[in-house]
Design a protein around this ligand. Structure first.
Ligand code: GYE
Length: 325
């Protein structure tokens, strides 16, 4: 009985704290210093996008005064949470976190918040119903994934040469914000067009080899496919391999469309095997530095520091391949 009353009082006090805005107003401060101990908890390093992003943080470290601690969770959300734990224990001043999945990384954000460490989410976000920018973390730095999916769909509608589209969709990591949002953006546009049908939609975990394997299986179930939408370029390249192995002609009898802007994707566009890739840049180092310094200088940071994305097609792929990764 006593315990229950005590718990009720504690919950009421917690609610009052939230309601009064005490927590919301109190993002952890970041004092001006010569050097900052900075954590960058990378989720995996199995593709060129992740490698380019990690390199971008290393390349920025010197100019931004960062003593960088970079970890690699090797594709495990649990390890990514543990990596953040260990960074907190090492006394980082600030955390840059690309959360592999929306829900499992919530505890990492909460722990950093409780330890008084300002956190910036980079390139992916967490469940917006549970943790909030301006309260639990400072801001999300990244692209509009719904818009990316929408732009791929619109380009496809304009450029698909046939009358009836039979679409296979290769989804990114299940439960990740770009997979959820890129699916929504694309599917919502296609749902408005009776001549376009998504016959299968399955995860390839944003990975080339899994993308190839999933495409091989889906091709057997749906040999009539004539459009492949992959949530990233690595899976698109995997799909192209699967299509070619099956005797199909990517860029001929199958239109392949995707997102990122990797070197291999731009080359596939130049070679006529891929139609479009909407940019999703991995070069977050400079933006991370700039946003952190604005925060140090006492500026209120907008909850979403939005990255604008270009679009790469046959018209401009050759102009950009040298800057690709
Ligand atoms: O598109 C993909 C990577 O979170 C925006 O993750 C990022 C995505 C990117 O593995 O290639």
């Amino acid at each position: 009985m006593t315990t229950r009353i005590a718990r009720t009082i504690a919950i009421a006090a917690g609610a009052a704290l939230f309601a009064s805005g005490v927590l919301a107003a109190d993002l952890p401060p970041l004092a001006k210093k010569d050097r900052y101990k900075v954590g960058f908890a990378q989720m995996e390093s199995n593709n060129p996008w992740r490698i380019a992003e990690t390199k971008s943080f290393h390349d920025t470290a010197d100019t931004c005064g960062w003593d960088l601690i970079a970890t690699d969770a090797a594709g495990s959300a649990a390890k990514q949470v543990a990596d953040v734990d260990s960074m907190i224990a090492q006394g980082i001043d600030v955390l840059f976190l690309p959360p592999r999945e929306e829900k499992p990384l919530v505890p990492a954000v909460m722990k950093a918040r409780a330890a008084g460490i300002p956190t910036f989410l980079v390139d992916r976000s967490v469940d917006p119903n549970v943790v909030k920018a301006g309260t639990h973390f400072v801001a999300f730095l990244g692209s509009d994934f719904v818009d990316q999916g929408r732009r791929v769909a619109e380009w496809t509608l304009e450029n698909f040469p046939g009358d009836t589209g039979i679409i296979v969709e290769l989804e990114g990591t299940t439960g990740s914000s770009p997979a959820n949002d890129r699916k929504k953006g694309f599917d919502d546009v296609m749902a408005m067009h009776d001549n376009m049908t998504i016959v299968a939609s399955q995860s390839g975990d944003f990975a080339r080899d899994l993308g190839r394997q999933v495409m091989e299986t889906l091709l057997q179930a749906h040999p009539e496919v004539n459009i492949v939408y992959a949530h990233n370029d690595e899976m698109a390249i995997g799909a192209i391999q699967a299509l070619e192995l099956a005797g199909r002609k990517p860029g001929g009898d199958v239109l392949v469309v995707s997102i990122d802007g990797t070197r291999d994707a731009l080359q596939a566009i130049i070679d006529g095997k891929m139609g479009v890739t909407v940019e999703s840049s991995p070069f977050f180092g400079p933006l991370a530095c700039e946003t952190m310094m604005r925060y140090v200088n006492g500026e209120t940071i907008e909850p979403w520091v939005k990255v604008e994305d270009r679009i790469f097609t046959k018209a401009n792929a050759a102009d950009h391949i040298d800057e690709a990764y």
